[in-house]
Write a protein that binds this ligand. Structure first.
Ligand code: IPT
Length: 949
């Protein structure tokens, strides 16, 4: 007796009973009925625990639960999500899946609207079901399918009745298809995209292919719409009225991501009218470069998974629009739809608002790497029909989107014949686009040499053409399909990558990993990540590695990226009174932008105005004269030039800042304190100017009326995901070395308290147990009676082989809430993430200084701070310092696993740092570049404290 009843679940074939794939479109006149909404739902533990009786009309599902479609049942109280990066959460024995196979029976009874046409046929469309569905309509088994993020349609006209139609869908979490869907994300079963009934009138359009190319030499567009049902194509604005299949050439404005001109047209067949949104553009591999309309493009991209913190991958239209608007407003010009075709409405938004798209097939077999890629489905002919089905469903569905430039075969699937078969099929069907796949270093099937997480130096070598490689690869352009791993605090080093991308023609940019943290809203934790649902195998917070927090608030990484990829370069040269403006766009001139200038003295704007800038063509630059700066005074003067949107656009309001440059005009004067006061030693206290110290320990206890606790040298930071690095990394992972050395438990030995002459000097040695390395640290206090100066001198002792996490002082204040500072802001910055830190006067509460990384870690430093005011104290730096303040200690932050672990104490802990170690991207890439390492070397830095008011 066989126990394998639901055989189709483990069948490698893509399905049965479905219609051939075709273009996805919304008809102007054919009726459609959304079957989204509340469905009856029953969860079973195995694929065949229940028979198919539920699909019969008249079945009583009264006791069933309800779920929302689109949705995932595990996010609606039935079972739990599972997060693994690349490991399959089940034994690898393709195509077999576990007996424990959560199976959701979905039931929906519907009537046809009263005016539903009686003639013609009907198609039932599922836009996305994970991972395997079996479908019955009115008791008839109409087939099943796999391919979770792809549309599947059935012809159902003959089965429909006016009233009481029973649609039954059995969804299995695991299937043979799961082996092809090993993307780094939550495993989320369910009917997670729309379910729609489409009327198909006699003579309706079935499939059509819009070919709209642009000849950049003549300025003409050529349009040909192939349709398997003949008809006419009209484009009123172009005076076009031609038969399907017939080409027509007319002068047009081309479509680009910068200028997304779409022409509205109609495809009319005997039975239906279909609206067209036509963008004329030509993509080509020419001179070893990806060219659009004859020009090379530079991708300033992101990898986008579909994510919503409550709905998972069941995204509504507003969320998709929010994503595109956020991308456009942060200067992003490209999206890789990692690692599956998105909801088709997302691509329509990319067409409309302008984003270049790499559209990726729903394919990843990454878990096979655990057994040296043995039995990889992409190198096994039995699976090739499933792979070809996925390629066809992607290309056919999305082929009419001008935004899609490149088809990607999938992600992290090793190499094999199946991939070649996919590439060949795609080229045969659509020769107008390029093919991408990262996983094969020979590039045999691709038009672009693509890598992920290559270090700066290697990217530079590739840019110079010094990367070796075989014949084909050497002739191809290069992109980083993933780089800048945005997990936790970071990514660092984006500006350095961008400089390299902009220096070599062959380098056509990259796609930061990734757009959004996949945290799940959770009462216990704020946002949950891997392991929070008791998963047997999981990969923790590796699922939270986006430029947006799960609730779509931009993280500092996104603010940094926006600055790094500005479409206009603005480099001020205070001395000469000019600013160099570069148009870094690929297609548009600068006429969409208005420019302003301003001068700041000590961070306050004193003069400003409009700056006329010529409408430079792409790639052009000009030196633009600035009005003279204000007369030099004691203050620090800086100039600022901004580029803003000159008018409202579809994605941003007039005045929205797209680029800025800030440059020094006159230097800052460092604070000086004449050491006129002398330390006065009492029985238990030493006083010096406004300050009081413990006479025995030399510890500062108060400045004026402000009590101060625990002021001492501090080198530890709550390690970031990038400090800790990924387990597979072979490079040095400093987070681990720091902890091994004991930098998180430094001991402070008191050597001397010397109240002599005009200074109080406290000598110490700061070092971890069990080690001989240490930091000889001297605190020297002086005062002019009103202000207090601390100079800290640090001399490393012993053989320091690692950089320091940070170097500075920390202390506690008992009452502090608001912070004002003059320095970088408004957001956090670290040595290799500081491009967006704008020097100015900023204000915040202590709570708002915190960056809410889903897994708590070092965050919130403000760069280049000249002075800060907090808790009744003013601190000036000599030189500038990094400022951090929080309501918990670094140790508390370090120990927290979720934001909910951070509970404010009574003390505000302030860190004033002379140095911070860089951030890098080692959670899945290279660590900080050597120049951002904080070497343990002799250092001296000062702070001037004064009580406020
Ligand atoms: C790379 C994957 O392509 C991506 O899906 C994601 O997992 C990313 O890493 C890390 O977040 S694969 C990695 C082994 C380089």
């Amino acid at each position: 007796m066989s126990f394998r009843t639901a055989d189709y679940v483990e069948d490698v074939s893509p399905g049965s009973g479905t219609l051939p794939p075709r273009a996805w479109y919304a008809s102007s006149d054919a009726a459609s009925l959304s079957l989204n909404g509340s469905w009856h739902f029953r969860l079973s533990p195995t694929a065949d625990a229940e028979d198919a009786a539920f699909a019969e009309p008249g079945y009583d599902s009264g006791g069933w639960a309800e779920v929302s479609v689109p949705g995932h049942w595990v996010l609606q109280g039935h079972g739990s999500p599972i997060y693994t990066n690349h490991r399959y959460p089940f034994p690898v024995d393709p195509p077999r899946v576990p007996t424990e196979n959560p199976t959701g029976d979905h039931l929906r009874v519907f009537d046809l609207p009263a005016d539903w046409p009686a003639d013609g046929g009907c198609v039932l469309r599922f836009d996305g079901v994970e991972s395997c569905a079996r479908v019955w309509l009115n008791g008839t088994d109409i087939g099943g399918f796999k391919g979770s993020r792809l549309p599947h349609e059935f012809a159902v006209g003959q089965l429909l009745r006016p009233r009481g139609n029973v649609l039954a869908v059995r969804v299995h979490q695991w299937s043979a298809g799961s082996y092809l869907e090993d993307q780094d994300q939550w495993w989320l079963p369910g009917i997670f995209r729309d379910v729609t009934l489409l009327h198909r009138p006699a003579g309706a359009v079935r499939d059509f292919f819009v070919h709209a190319s642009y000849d950049h030499v003549s300025g003409a567009g050529t349009l040909r719409v192939d349709s398997d049902v003949p008809g006419r194509v009209t484009v009123p604005d172009l005076g076009v009225d031609v038969a399907t299949g017939e080409p027509v050439t007319v002068p047009v404005e081309p479509w680009t991501a910068e200028t997304p001109t779409l022409y509205d047209g109609v495809l009319a067949t005997e039975g239906e009218r279909v609206p067209l949104r036509i963008g004329f553009r030509t993509v080509a591999l020419a001179d070893g470069l990806i060219k659009v309309n004859g020009r090379p493009v530079l991708f300033k991209g992101v990898n986008r998974h579909e994510w919503h913190p409550r709905r998972g991958r069941a995204l509504d239209r507003e969320t998709m629009r929010a994503d595109v608007l956020l991308m456009k407003r942060h200067n992003i010009n490209a999206v890789r739809t990692s690692h599956y075709p998105p909801h088709p409405a997302f691509l329509s938004l990319c067409d409309e608002l302008g984003l270049w798209v790499i559209d990726e097939c729903d394919l990843e077999t990454h878990g096979f790497t655990e057994q040296g890629w043995r039995d990889n489905p992409v190198d096994d002919d039995r699976w090739t029909p499933a792979l070809l089905d996925r390629a066809a469903r992607t290309v056919e569905r999305d082929k009419n989107h001008p935004s899609v430039l490149i088809w990607s075969l999938g992600n992290e699937a090793g190499t094999g014949r199946g991939l070649t078969a996919m590439a060949e099929w795609i080229r045969g069907r659509d020769s107008s686009r390029l093919v991408h796949y990262e996983g094969d270093l020979t590039c045999r099937d691709t038009d672009v040499y693509s890598r992920m997480y290559a270090a700066h130096a290697e990217v530079e070598r590739i840019g110079r053409g010094l990367d070796g490689g075989t014949g084909r690869r050497r002739r191809l352009p290069f992109i980083q399909c993933e780089y800048g791993h945005a997990m936790g605090n970071g990514p660092g080093g984006l500006a350095d990558y961008q400089r390299i991308f902009e220096s070599y023609e062959r380098l056509q940019g990259g796609f930061v990993w990734e757009w959004i943290d996949h945290g799940i809203e959770d009462e216990r934790y704020g946002f949950a990540y891997g392991g929070d649902f008791g998963e047997e195998l999981h990969d923790g917070n590796f699922v939270c590695d986006g430029l947006l927090f799960p609730d779509r608030r931009p993280s500092p990484g996104l603010i940094e990226y926006k600055k790094v990829i500005e479409p206009v370069g603005i480099d001020g040269d205070g001395a000469g009174g000019t600013v160099r403006i570069v148009n870094k766009q690929d297609f548009a001139d600068l006429s969409a932008f208005a420019f302003t200038w301003a001068y700041q003295v000590d961070g306050e704007t004193v003069e400003s105005g409009d700056l006329p800038v010529p409408a430079l063509a792409p790639g052009e630059s000009a030196e633009v004269k600035l009005p003279p700066p204000p007369p030099a005074g004691p203050g620090e003067t800086q100039g600022t030039v901004r580029a803003v949107l000159a008018a409202d656009t579809a994605w941003g309001p007039r005045g929205h800042v797209v680029a800025w440059g800030r440059f020094p005009v006159t230097a800052r004067q460092m604070p000086s304190v004449a050491a006129t006061a002398r330390p006065v030693t009492g029985e238990r206290r030493i006083t010096l100017g406004p300050a009081a110290f413990d006479a025995r320990t030399g510890a500062l206890t108060a400045i004026g009326a402000v009590p101060v606790t625990g002021l001492r040298l501090d080198v530890w930071r709550a390690t970031t995901d990038n400090d800790d690095g990924a387990a597979w990394q072979t490079d040095t992972r400093y987070g681990l070395l720091w902890r091994r050395l004991g930098l998180h438990r430094m001991r402070h030995r008191l050597d001397a308290v010397e109240a002599e002459g005009d200074a109080l000097t406290v000598r110490t040695r700061v070092a971890p147990a069990a080690r001989e390395v240490g930091l000889a640290t001297v605190y020297r206090w002086t005062s002019d009676g009103g202000r207090l100066r601390l100079t800290v001198s640090v001399s490393p002792e012993g053989d320091w082989t690692v950089p320091l996490p940070r170097l500075g002082i920390r202390f506690g204040l008992s009452a502090a809430d608001r912070v004002r500072w003059f320095g970088g802001g408004p957001g956090e910055a670290y040595p290799d993430t500081r491009s967006a830190a704008l020097p100015g006067r900023w204000e915040s509460t202590v709570d708002d200084l915190q960056t809410p990384y889903v897994r708590p870690q070092e965050n919130g430093a403000r760069a280049d701070v000249r002075w800060a005011e907090i808790g009744g104290l003013r601190v000036e730096g000599d030189p500038e310092f990094w400022f951090t303040a929080r309501r918990w200690t670094t140790e508390h932050l370090d120990a927290a696993a979720h934001l909910s672990d951070l509970t404010p104490g009574d003390t505000v802990w302030v860190n004033l740092d002379h140095g911070q170690h860089g951030i890098g991207s080692q959670s899945c890439g290279p660590g900080p570049l050597p120049r951002y390492r904080l070497r343990a070397e002799p250092a001296e830095f000062s702070f001037v404290f004064s009580p406020l008011g």
